[in-house]
Design a binder for this molecule. Structure first.
Ligand code: ADP
Length: 557
């Protein structure tokens, strides 16, 4: 600011100074030149008069200083010259002033020296006899004058510059002072600043616009944060360098990572090389997806590049938990293999027996045994198919089954009654204790829970063993339950099998299970049916001592 003002002031001052200098010097120089010329004219006239009356003697009598007098003959030859011997001098006829004097009686001319520093002024007058008197004087030229005054000119210029500097600094300070004191946070509240009022109004309107934009940006950011934080899928946004810009809570949980992850690389958050490879591919512009195992769970990871102005600005990584889906698929595969395997054995047996019978290869007395075998295997297959159909209905969520009030105690009494023949065959005593316990549920499913538990308790018992069925209501402060307990004094289940007996087709002793007519699906049905009633199953078992299975149904009153 100071510099600009200084430059402007200095320039103006110098221009004014030089203009005045040129003007004044021009006027003065012109005036004095005219005065000198007039004097020269008078002197020429006087010399002419003197020469006309006294001839050369007049010239000799003169004490000439400064001037130069030349007497030229009418043919141009020099008769007399006050400075140089006239004899060797060239013809002067061609000199401008001489020619003019011959023609008009009087002539003048000015000639500059070779350096232009001096100028010679000539004045010539014709005498009556035709000769010419010429008087010349040497004056300083304008340039010479200027050079002779260079010191004072430079001094004045210097003073001008110094004054301009001082003035500029003062002016700029005075101009800038009110600007420095402006309250730019509240531009319209500044007083006495009319000159910058339009600027302040503009600043004010831009500040308002900025505030509105900031509010909108914050709103959008909050909306975005709310959306991504409420997502159940993990979402990570990476910048161009692969560093985290944003990560939602679901992703944080998946990676088991803490707070403050912004700015970290994905590898610092999750030490999974495959995930790193996926993000790198996305940052190169590829859209990739893969199933990855992170913290013992299966996740589908989709990584795609993000763009800004048609250039890759980073990557978005979306993470879905597909553990259950994968497990379900695995289970389905195993289930199909198991079903085929389970069906193959009785079918082989039936087909083998039937073939022998068809080909009359069975002795008459053995026919009964073979047909009996076919019947038993067919029964087994039917039980198996029934159980499979039942399980698939449970997998579908038992949608077609009716809910209603069911008394577990009544179901237990009916089951105990229906299993009486089997219990007698196995020499097992079944007792039922407890009270009526009514819950809301699907009677068919509840019946299969009671049946499968009691059936197992009889099947996996020993001769002379006991099965105790107990049904009772338990009221806890927050919830009321109907609890079914089936305990036996049977073979028991070792701890390593206890975790797995609820899996489909899992049997501790396959041949024993088959012997007693098991399908390996009973407890899976119990588990599913219990789940559909929000019931909890509790198993306590000791090998050779017996097993107690407790099912706790919430009554939901
Ligand atoms: P299964 O049709 O073979 O009985 P389940 O699913 O009902 O199939 O039971 C799975 C396995 O759990 C059985 O094969 C058996 O080995 C074991 N098991 C179930 N209940 C008992 C019990 N009360 N006592 C001992 N073992 C049991």
């Amino acid at each position: 600011m100071t510099k600009r003002i200084f430059r402007a002031i200095a320039l103006v001052a110098l221009v004014v100074f030089l203009a005045s200098l040129v003007l004044i010097m021009g006027v003065l120089y012109n005036y004095f030149s005219n005065v000198q010329l007039e004097q020269l004219r008078i002197e020429t006239n006087l010399a002419a008069q003197g020469v006309a009356s006294d001839g050369e003697a007049y010239l000799d009598s003169l004490d000439i200083k400064g001037y130069r007098i030349t007497w030229i003959d009418s043919d141009g030859s020099v008769i007399y010259d006050s400075r140089i011997n006239s004899e060797g001098m060239e013809n002067h006829l061609e000199r401008e002033e001489v020619r003019e004097a011959i023609t008009n009686g009087y002539g003048e001319s000015t000639r500059y020296s070779s350096t232009l520093m001096q100028k010679s002024v000539y004045s010539a007058q014709r005498l009556d006899d035709g000769t010419i008197i010429r008087v010349s004087d040497e004056h300083s030229s304008m340039l010479n004058l200027l050079f002779s005054m260079i010191q004072p000119i430079l001094l004045v210029a210097l003073v001008t510059l110094v004054l301009a500097l001082v003035l500029a600094s003062r002016v700029s300070k005075r101009v800038v002072a009110p600007l420095n004191n402006l309250d730019l946070d509240n531009p319209l509240e500044n007083e006495n600043v009319d000159e910058v009022a339009p600027l302040l109004r503009r600043i004010n309107s831009q500040q308002l616009q900025l505030k509105i934009q900031e509010i909108e940006l914050n709103k959008k950011k909050e909306e975005f944060e709310t959306v991504i934080q409420s997502m159940t899928e993990g979402l990570v946004l990476l910048g161009r360098e692969g560093r985290i810009i944003s990560i939602n809570n679901a992703a944080r949980k998946i990676f088991d990572a803490g707070e403050f992850l912004t700015g970290k690389s994905i590898l610092e958050v999750c030490r999974n090389i495959e995930l790193q490879k996926l993000t790198q591919a996305a940052l190169k512009g590829e859209s990739v997806e893969k199933i990855l195992e992170i913290s013992e769970k299966e996740y589908q990871v989709d990584a795609s590049p993000t763009y800004y102005d048609n250039e890759i600005s980073g990557a978005a990584v979306l993470i879905f938990d597909v553990t259950e889906k994968q497990q379900a698929e695995q289970m389905r595969r195993e289930f199909t293999a198991n079903v085929s395997h389970e069906l193959k054995t009785p079918l082989h047996s039936i087909s083998g027996c039937a073939e022998l019978l068809c080909n009359d290869m069975v002795k008459k007395e053995d026919v009964k045994q073979f047909t009996g075998q076919i019947y038993t295997e067919a029964q087994r297959m039917m039980r198996l198919v029934n159980d499979i159909i039942y399980l698939s209905q449970l997998d579908e969520g038992a949608v077609n089954m009716q809910r209603g009030s069911v008394d577990i105690y009544k179901l237990a009494a009916e089951t105990a009654e229906s299993l009486k023949p089997e219990a007698e065959r196995m020499d097992v005593t079944v007792t039922l204790t407890g009270d009526s316990a009514v819950i809301s549920g699907i009677s068919q499913l509840l019946a299969s829970i009671v049946y499968n538990l009691c059936d197992n308790a009889i099947k996996y018992n020993r001769k002379g063993g006991r099965v105790a069925i107990d049904v009772r209501n338990i009221n806890e402060p927050n919830e009321c339950y109907a609890v079914l307990t089936v305990s036996d004094t049977g073979i028991g289940i070792s701890p390593e099998h206890q975790k797995r007996i609820f899996e489909r087709f899992y049997r501790v002793d396959k041949s024993h299970s088959k012997e007693v007519g098991g399908t390996g699906l009973g407890l899976s049905i119990v588990k599913h049916a219990a789940k559909l009633h929000n019931a909890e199953i509790d198993l306590v078992s000791k090998v050779d001592e017996g097993t107690t299975i407790k099912v706790k149904f919430p009554r939901g009153e």
